[in-house]
Structure formats: C-alpha cells, structure tokens
Write a new protein. Structure first.
Lengths: 228, 116
C-alpha cells in the first residue's frame, strides 16, 4: 500500500519540481492562446469577463458537452434509483422536527438569495459569475426550501412535467443557439458580429439556459435520492 | 530547474492528491472511497488554477480602468468544466451506493466482495 502510493508520489513530485514557479509571467501557460484571449477577447466576443468569453465563445463546444454530462448524470441517477414495483415500503419519516426559528430565517432570506443567484447569472458577462455559479446557488436554495417546508416528493416545488423540461433546458438552449448561429453566421455555435445586440442576446440566452438547467438538475438529484 | 521551495504550492497539491489516493485504496467503506476521490479531484483543480497565476496579477475581467497583468483565463474555464464533471460523478456514485445499500444491506467493500 505505502509502496504503491510512494510509486505514484515520487514521479509526480519530481515533475512538479521541474515546472516554472507559480506566478512566473514567462511561463508557457501565458504565451500563446491566453495572450490572444486577454488581448482580443472583449472585442471579439462582447464579454468583458474573459473566463465567460472562453467558456461560451472560444470553447463553446466544451460547455455544450458539460451541460450534456450533467443532464446525463441526472438521467443515470433516475435510472439507478428507480423504484421497484414490489418494494415500496415507505420509510418512516422520523427524526427531529425542524425548529421554527430555522424555518422563519430561511423563509425570510430566500427571496434575497434567489435575487442574488439570478443577478449572478444575468451579469455573467461583466462580473465574476455566470450560468453555473448562479444555477448552483438557485438549486441549493430550492433544496433548502424543500427540506424546510416539508414538500419533498408528495408536492415537489417543481411540477414533474415542468421539471423535466427545465432539467433539459441546458442542452436544449445550446442546441437552439447553435442552430441560430449556423443560420446567421454560417458556422454552428458561431456568434454573429454585425448586430451587437444579437451577440449579447445569444450569450444571455446561453447563460439563462445553463442557470435554469443547473438549478433544476440539482433539485432533481436531491429529490431522487431522498424519497423512494 | 528552479529550487524546491519555489514550487511548494505544487508539492502541497501533490501531497493532497496522495492523501486522496490513500483513502481510495486503503479504506473499505464506499462513502470514504468517494470522499477520497473528491479530495483527489480538489487537488487537481487547485494545481491547475495555481499554474495560471501571474505575479501582481488581477482577475481576468476587463472593466473600466482595470489594467495590469491578468491571470490566465484558460485554467479557470477548464476547471469550471472539471468541477461540473466532478459533481456529476459524485451524484451518480452516491446513487449507486444508496442502491447497493438497499440491495445488499452493507456498504463495506470487503463484505460485498464476500457476499457475491
């Protein structure tokens, strides 16, 4: 056991010691692609947040794959935890009742948390944030509300049919924007350069799709693991 | 080849990775193995983000009047994708552990190996 870990650690340490030190401006990581993104990213993509410019514009296909991976994970969890027809023994909902102070504070804070999450999603172009960060905050808030208000699987916070469409919002939005880019600019997932509002609108649509999809998937994962 | 103390950050992340690897290999509880996998993923993310740092650099967000050397935005975008994939892996692994517990009654790997 210790031998296996030493055999793994020694080459890693040797390789890591040979790297240029963190923070070196002449390191190869800053040389070619990163220099181009920093110099021309804002005017080529219309997003001042260069990380969002890389995620949605320069590497849009990777983000497309990423939202599909999240959706596939939810589908796989639903398949694994599907209820068997014979054993539906309802687990007794025991445990300590939630204190009314906690319930009151969470209900008081919920609108502010939701507003902050939506703000983070919408301002992904100009400030740190974006679709995934805001979507995760919104999903965590929905999970918290499900626990606190006691509406678990009987009357979930999202209707099941609506929830299915919202969980697929990530891949669906990406497909729509990709086809729109193909129709207007000639390449799949391209951003048109001529009307400046079109480019901003497509980026905003992508951010909203990612945010809503992530929130719905996180709530769906929690509800799957909780009830059956 | 720079001296060893300059790359102390990288060495710390390698040590964290080996701690996670030890947890995956040495513990027989499935949840602990999953936690070790998460620690390994965290070490890799921290290593890649640290490699994009610049001396006296700021976040790669252009605003009005923001100047100076920017940290490289490519590692951040790469790690965002990595974090999402790590969350998906953790969700699916936890679902499998729940189902294993329901079917076999235990989540210790050596008991599961015996009760085929």
């Amino acid at each position: 056991m210790a031998l296996a870990i030493a055999a793994a650690a020694v080459p890693m340490l040797a390789g890591v010691m040979a790297l240029p030190r963190p923070g070196d401006p002449a390191a190869p990581v800053h040389a070619r692609v990163a220099a181009h993104v920093v110099a021309h990213g804002a005017e080529e993509t219309g997003a001042e947040n260069l990380v969002t410019a890389v995620l949605l514009a320069y590497r849009g296909y990777d983000t497309f794959g990423e939202v599909t991976v999240m959706f596939a994970a939810l589908a796989a969890v639903m398949t694994v935890l599907a209820p068997r027809p014979r054993e539906r023994s309802p687990e007794p909902a025991d445990g300590v009742a939630i204190s009314p102070v906690v319930v009151f504070v969470i209900r008081l804070l919920a609108p502010f948390i939701a507003a902050f999450a939506v703000l983070v999603v919408l301002r992904g172009n100009v400030s740190p944030g974006g679709g995934f960060q805001g979507g995760v905050m919104l999903g965590a808030l929905l999970v918290l509300l499900s626990v606190v208000t006691g509406r678990g699987n009987e009357r979930p916070l999202l209707e099941p049919r609506l929830a299915s469409w919202l969980q697929a919002a990530g891949p669906l939005t990406f497909t729509l924007v990709a086809l729109l880019g193909f129709a207007t600019a000639g390449a799949v997932l391209a951003l048109p350069a001529d009307p400046a509002w079109a480019r901003g609108a497509m980026l905003l649509a992508l951010e909203l799709g990612i945010g809503v999809g992530t929130a719905a998937i996180i709530l769906g994962l929690f509800l799957q693991m909780r009830g059956w | 080849m720079p001296s060893g103390l300059q790359n102390l950050d990288y060495a710390a992340f390698v040590v964290l990775f080996c701690i996670g690897l030890y947890m995956v290999l040495a513990r027989s509880n499935l949840v602990k193995k999953l936690l070790g996998l998460n620690i390994m993923e965290t070490a890799v993310f921290a290593f890649i983000v640290t490699s994009g740092m610049v001396d006296d650099g700021t976040a790669p967000i252009l605003g009005n009047g923001v100047a100076g050397p920017f940290a490289s935005p490519l590692p951040h975008a790469l790690i965002l994708t990595g974090i999402v994939v790590a969350v998906s892996i953790t969700a699916l692994a936890l679902a499998l552990i729940v189902e294993i517990h329901r079917q076999c009654g235990t989540i210790e790997a050596d008991e599961l190996k015996g009760a085929e």
